[in-house]
Write a protein that binds this ligand. Structure first.
Ligand SMILES: N[C@@H](CCC(=O)N[C@@H](CS)C(=O)NCC(=O)O)C(=O)O
Length: 201
C-alpha cells in the first residue's frame, strides 16, 4: 500500500501513529508530498489535492484521514483503534471529530496568515477560527478524565491536534488554561509512536 503524505501534516500523523501502535507501519510505502491550496501537488492521486491519501494494493485511492485510518484499522490493524459499536465507538468518533475540528480551524487560520497576501488578510476570520480552537480545547479539558491511556482513533486525533498547536502555534499557551489536558498529553508523549512522529522543525 502507498501512503501519500507529509511528516508535518497532523492528519497524516494520525495514520502514522495508528500504524505504529498496530505494528504495521512497515507494510506501508510512504511517499512524502508537500501540498497547499495555492500550490496543489498531488500528481492527480487525490482529486481534493490533500494529504493523506492511500493507494490500496488493488489500486483504489482513499482519501481523508478518517477514511484512511478506518480502512487500515480493518485491513491491517485488527480493528484496534475503531471500536466496533456501542458507547465506546461514539465516544471515539466524537473525539476524532473534536480533534479534526480543532485542526481544520487552526489550519484555516494558518493558511490565512501564511498564504493570503497581507493586504487581503481578514483578522476577524482568523480570530473566529481560533475561537473554535479554544472551544475545542475547553471541551477536551472537560472530557479528559475518561481518556486514560487508551489509544483509539479519538485519543490519537487529540494527540495530533495538540501536537499541531505546539508545532505551528508555539506562542499559544494552551496548557495554561487546560492543565489536566496538558498532563495527559505529557503521558501520551512518552509513547514511541507519539514521540517518534513529532513534526520536524
Ligand atoms: N479532512 C482532511 C484534511 C486534510 C488536510 O487538510 N491536509 C492538509 C495538510 S495538513 C492539506 O493537504 N492541505 C492542502 C490543501 O488544503 O489544499 C483529512 O482528515 O485528511
Amino acid at each position: 500500500m502507498k501512503l501519500y503524505g507529509s511528516n508535518t501534516s497532523p492528519y497524516v500523523r494520525k495514520v502514522r501513529i495508528q500504524a505504529l501502535e498496530g505494528e504495521y507501519w512497515d507494510q506501508i510505502d510512504f511517499f512524502e508530498i508537500a501540498t497547499a491550496p495555492t500550490n496543489p501537488n498531488m500528481n492527480n492521486v487525490n482529486p481534493l489535492k490533500k494529504v493523506p491519501a492511500l493507494e490500496t494494493d488493488d489500486g483504489q485511492v482513499l482519501f481523508d484521514s478518517r477514511v484512511v485510518c478506518e480502512y487500515l484499522d480493518q485491513a491491517l490493524g485488527g480493528g484496534r483503534t475503531f471500536p466496533a459499536d456501542g458507547d465506546v465507538r461514539w465516544e471515539a468518533l466524537r473525539l476524532q471529530a473534536l480533534g479534526d475540528g480543532l485542526l481544520d480551524a487552526a489550519l484555516l487560520a494558518r493558511y490565512e496568515h501564511l498564504l493570503r497576501p497581507a493586504s487581503a488578510r481578514w483578522n476577524d476570520w482568523s480570530d473566529g477560527q481560533m475561537m473554535k480552537v479554544d472551544g475545542a480545547l475547553a471541551e477536551m479539558e472537560h472530557s479528559m478524565a475518561s481518556f486514560g491511556d487508551r489509544m483509539d482513533i479519538g485519543t490519537i486525533t487529540l494527540v495530533c491536534a495538540l501536537g499541531y498547536l505546539d508545532f505551528r502555534f508555539p506562542k499559544k499557551d494552551w496548557r495554561d488554561s487546560n492543565s489536566a489536558l496538558a498532563d495527559w498529553f505529557e503521558v501520551m508523549m512518552a509513547r514511541p509512536s507519539v514521540s517518534g512522529t513529532v513534526p520536524p522543525q
